[in-house]
Write a protein that binds this ligand. Structure first.
Ligand code: ADP
Ligand code: MG
Ligand code: MG
Length: 362
């Protein structure tokens, strides 16, 4: 066992009475360990990835605030706060995290037993449950004082800001790639209007900032192993102020795409409208009442805007020389940008249908 881990275990009551210790899960961001010790249940121990998260203490403050709020809310609603939310385990000093001698930040959560974690959506039922889980997360936090949260990644879904970066990347064009992808660049430049939708609605007070999760992947939900229902939303590193349509839209972007995010055969890429319907139903059954009319009306646009934003990030990174998104083959980021273009085009074709599905819940 690494000396840093031993140092961390000593900070918690009883953690050194180990029965079992192993690496755990399929997360790609943090280092996750499972430990089992004499006298109590299992624990998830995580080291936060500080390359991605520059201010891990602020991140931990966000998580401490949100999980304790959730705990109270779930208790009030008659739920089980030990299973329906993550719970931070305090150190001997009563802190919600520990900074080790190398400056890494660690935290411990109760392990939520008898659950399943799916890696990929395989059917509409699971996607409905996923929508319900993230909608419920929104709903439980609807009256959380959102101004108390730090923006752990600045301008994360500020599409106007992402667009400015995209234009700067085109101007710089360090490898001369821009002229080879003119059609793709024009696709996005011609749709600049999308970048203003949410900033404008916020500025006009038509919609409001909420607690958003910002990593709404299926493997960030634990499902009850017996009922197969979504039980607990996990992976709270990116909770930030945002609008409901960001969580909704990003879920649709990667969960309701018929093809893979980096599919080369674009005939396989498109919006699966049945999956869109299933997610929308789950999401709005859970949080419809906590959203105003405009917030619901804009949800389907969230799917387009999140796909657009991702598309300009992929294409911008391709032009900049693949600096941010890891590539496994030549033109990988260009392929990714092209799937987003195809998906946006398909959503634009189905926009009236998407709108009708969403507006049923107003
Ligand atoms: P990452 O940010 O690296 O994705 P996660 O917080 O999502 O890290 O954790 C990685 C995996 O560990 C999850 O996908 C899940 O399978 C498992 N996991 C995390 N926290 C818990 C928990 N409290 N109880 C049970 N399993 C958990
Ligand atoms: Mg995760
Ligand atoms: Mg994560």
């Amino acid at each position: 066992m690494k000396s840093s881990v031993i140092e961390v275990l000593q900070q918690y009551n009883n953690f050194t009475k180990l029965k079992e210790f192993s690496e755990y899960g399929n997360g790609h961001i943090n280092d996750t360990y499972l430990l089992d010790y004499e006298g109590s249940g299992k624990v998830i121990l995580q080291k936060i990835n500080k390359t991605i998260f520059k201010e891990p203490k602020k991140l931990m403050e966000n998580i401490a605030l949100v999980t304790s709020f959730l705990r109270d809310k779930i208790e009030k609603n008659g739920g089980d706060p030990d299973r329906e939310t993550l719970n931070l385990i305090k150190t001997k000093d009563g802190q919600s995290f520990y900074e080790d001698s190398k400056g890494d930040i660690w935290r411990a959560y109760n392990f939520i037993a008898d659950t399943i974690c799916y890696e990929q959506v395989t059917n509409a039922k699971e996607f409905y449950e996923s929508g319900y889980a993230f909608g419920n997360f929104q709903n439980l936090l609807a009256d959380f004082p959102v101004n108390k949260l730090s923006e752990v990644i600045k301008n994360f879904h500020n599409t106007e800001d992402r667009f400015a970066t995209f234009k700067a990347q085109i101007n710089e064009d360090p490898l001369g790639r821009a002229k080879t992808v003119k059609e793709e660049i024009d696709f996005f430049l011609n749709r600049e209007e999308y970048t203003h939708i949410f900033n404008r609605a916020l500025a006009n007070n038509e919609i409001s900032l909420k607690v958003t999760h910002n990593d709404t992947k299926l493997n960030n939900i634990l499902f009850d192993k017996d009922t197969k229902k979504a039980l607990c939303v996990i992976d709270l590193d990116t909770i930030m102020p945002g609008v409901a349509a960001f969580d909704f839209g990003d879920s649709i972007r990667f969960g309701a795409n018929k093809g893979l995010e980096d599919e080369v055969d674009l005939s396989k890429v498109g919006l699966d409208i049945e999956l869109f319907k299933a997610f929308t139903r789950g999401f709005l059954e859970a949080c419809g009442k906590s959203l105003n009319k405009k917030e619901i009306e804009l949800l389907h646009m969230g799917a387009i805007v999140m796909t657009y934003e991702c598309g300009i990030r992929f294409l911008g990174d391709y032009i900049a020389g693949d600096k941010y998104f890891k590539i496994a083959r030549e033109n990988h980021n260009l392929d990714r940008a092209r799937t987003q273009i195809k998906l946006i085009s398909d959503m634009e074709e189905h926009i009236e249908e998407m709108k009708k599905i969403v507006e049923k819940y107003i």
